[in-house]
Design a protein around this ligand. Structure first.
Ligand code: SF4
Length: 90
């Protein structure tokens, strides 16, 4: 079960396998009311893919979050406070 803040401590390492990511995405799918539309999700991921802060192709250097997971949630925003590249959905 996810904690109140879905990103903090979601995984033990910043380098994660596809299997772990799939498991996180399955958990996210259990609360569809918290998730953005797929078009928003794809746009967020597109921005992350072009971002120099994306590490290992999976992980945001600012938050340590797996972007494919973080980008799913309406109330999450890009954690680069000085220059956020995508916003929460309200
Ligand atoms: S969440 Fe923001 S800072 Fe992190 S990889 Fe995506 S665009 Fe870059």
């Amino acid at each position: 079960m996810m904690q109140k803040n879905e990103c903090k401590g979601c995984v033990e390492s910043v380098i994660v396998s596809e299997e772990v990511i799939e498991e996180l995405l399955k958990e996210a799918a259990e609360t569809p009311e918290k998730l953005v539309l797929d078009s928003v999700y794809q746009e967020r991921l597109s921005i992350c893919r072009d971002c120099t802060s994306l590490q290992y192709g999976t992980t945001c250097a600012y938050s340590g979050c797996i972007v494919r997971y973080r980008a799913k949630f309406k109330r999450k925003a890009c954690p680069n406070i000085g220059n956020p590249k995508w916003s929460k959905v309200v």
